[in-house]
Design a protein around this ligand. Structure first.
Ligand SMILES: [Zn+2]
Length: 72
């Protein structure tokens, strides 16, 4: 299997947020994360950002204000 550099691993992580990785890419990333603590941390950050983005999208799709809004 091809060894991936941290730079490539990071690229795969960010790509993974947009679309699922292919099998080869997933395995390369997984293998790199298994031996690179720095990228494991980085991947966690990506995951957090991804989850936060999802939560934001869910909020954005609901009405901006509650019916009992008291800002007026
Ligand atoms: Zn790395």
């Amino acid at each position: 299997m091809r060894m991936v550099m941290c730079r490539e691993a990071t690229r795969l992580m960010s790509k993974n947020l947009d679309a699922p990785l292919g099998f080869q890419e997933r395995m390369s990333l997984k293998f790199h994360l298994a031996m690179c603590g720095a990228c494991r941390k980085c991947n966690q950050q990506f995951q957090l950002i991804h989850d936060a983005g999802k939560a934001f999208e869910e909020k954005a799709s609901s009405p901006p204000f509650d019916t009992n809004d008291q800002t007026t």
